[in-house]
Design a protein. Structure first.
Length: 455
């Protein structure tokens, strides 16, 4: 079962900066790459740089990057032995992971069963609780059918509560309830929305944490029983559930507490037989960690963990999928300094409307401790069909202050023309004293933006 098999060719079922990132990792391991692309991405950098490139459909993601049949056909046609899904698109689709394996290929990620377990937020929470991961207090399962039982439960958990859809996640399908009188309507509405959005009206309930930080733990697990945690990331700076700036480690949280939580995550992975890279999402408030969800893919912000641990997470994903044992021990994983990532989006810095089009100028910063992950070059056209992420600046320093200083120099150096970007927003946030102090909560950015546009 766990025999090692080297991939000849890896098909990368993604686009943009992450497709290029995965391609580089493949190349570093001596693996050939297959780029698949939509008609809109034919001129893209990862397409040009691939060993083999194949157009799999029209611009709409549903007819290209999200089309399982097109991807499997492309893998067969090009002789790929494995598929790396990247993030987004089909990366957390359990049926796709199963279909890849059923076709005799390797899905570079966890099993379909693991993805399914974590995709259902109720089963995910149950599994994590059973394994000793601290969770937000709540219903510990689906809401009971009778309204008076739901009321009793909410009273017991304590108001305010948050009603969430088991099929939701990432901010979709949830509603905060401040008082008993609003509970019944919230349950009815959220169930209706969940049925429409996820085809599943099942709900659960949690105590609503009012000013938490979003702190996540990166894990890496092989198929030989080794599970490691790679430290924490603070992703509290978000707008409408889209992360804007992330940093590692999470400032101000005692390393011993991170270690305790990290160890519980690794133990949970061993218990469920998790394989590959994964992220445990927690809310952190008043010194307490509470698990909310697990992501079963590589994340956009993985480079800050790579910077602080020195571990190449995408290479590790590939090697794990080839059946290799992890050759690092937990005690050898140390956090070196501090890393911060700014996500560069092609969007209006004030209205946040997407800003696709021709990038006429693209001057990148550089220098000590600066990493840029991007697929963009001058002359590239940002298509209107996909996510507006066009690059990431990652700054690493010996201290948080040094990382901030390096990032501010990099942001000042960078020049983009032709499309609007959120670079001005990043420059402003990096100058903000509260950001500089560290440890702002998940609502900070939206409050800051609301105050900024006011006179
Ligand atoms: C919560 C919460 C407060 N209390 N759960 C939003 C995204 C999804 N991953 C879970 N989310 C939240 N769950 C309890 N019990 C607040 C949020 C939340 C949030 C979480 C992380 C980052 C940004 C957020 C913005 C609004 C709400």
């Amino acid at each position: 079962m766990n025999g090692q098999r080297r991939f000849g060719r890896v098909l990368i079922a993604n686009r943009g900066e992450i497709a290029l990132r995965i391609q580089r990792a493949c190349r570093a391991l001596g693996l050939e790459t297959v780029a698949v692309h939509s008609e809109a991405d034919a001129e893209s950098r990862h397409v040009r740089a691939a060993d083999i490139a194949l157009c799999i459909g029209p611009p709409a993601a549903s007819r290209s990057y999200l089309d399982p049949d097109a991807l499997l056909l492309a893998a067969r046609a090009t002789g790929a032995s494995a598929i790396h899904p990247g993030y987004g698109f089909l990366s957390e689709n359990a049926d796709f992971a199963d279909a890849v394996e059923a076709a005799g290929l390797t899905f570079i990620g966890p099993t379909g069963a693991s993805i399914r377990l974590m995709g259902d937020k109720i089963t995910a929470k149950r599994a994590m609780r059973a394994a000793g991961v601290p969770c937000v207090p709540g219903s510990d399962g689906p809401l009971p059918p009778a309204l008076d039982e739901i009321h009793a439960l909410a009273k017991q958990v304590g108001y305010p509560v948050i009603v969430k859809a088991s099929g939701g996640g990432g901010g979709r399908g949830m509603r905060v309830v401040w008082t008993e009188g609003d509970l019944a309507e919230a349950v009815t509405l959220t169930a209706k929305e969940a049925q429409q959005a996820f085809g599943n009206p099942t709900l659960y309930l949690e105590r609503f944490m009012q000013k938490p930080r979003h702190v996540e733990i990166q894990v890496l697990c092989d198929t030989h029983g080794t599970a490691l945690w790679l430290g924490a990331r603070d992703c509290s700076l978000q707008r409408r559930h889209q992360k804007v700036i992330e940093e590692a480690p999470a400032p101000g949280i005692p390393p011993a507490l991170i270690a305790e939580i990290g160890e519980s995550c690794a133990e949970a992975c061993r218990r469920i037989g998790y394989r590959g890279a994964g992220t445990f999402e927690f809310l952190y408030e008043d010194g307490i960690f509470a698990f909310i969800e697990m992501n079963t893919r590589v994340q956009v912000e993985h480079p800050i963990t790579e910077a602080t641990t020195g571990i190449d997470i995408v290479c590790a994903q590939l090697r794990i999928a080839q059946g290799e044992p992890l050759d690092i021990r937990q005690e050898d994983i140390l956090t070196h300094g501090h890393a911060i990532e700014c996500r560069i989006n092609a969007e209006d810095p004030l209205s946040f409307m997407p800003s696709p089009g021709l990038v006429s100028r693209w001057d990148l910063p550089g220098g000590a401790g600066i990493r840029i992950d991007t697929h963009v070059t001058a002359g590239y056209t940002v298509p209107p069909y996909y996510d507006s992420l066009i690059g990431k600046i990652i700054a690493h320093g010996a201290t948080r202050e040094q990382a901030i200083a390096r990032l501010r120099v990099a942001l000042a150096e960078m020049r983009v023309e032709g499309v609007s970007t959120n670079l001005p927003l990043h420059r402003d946030i990096l100058a903000d004293p509260h950001f500089q102090a560290g440890g702002v909560d998940i609502h900070y950015l939206e409050r800051w933006l609301a105050e900024r546009v006011a006179p």
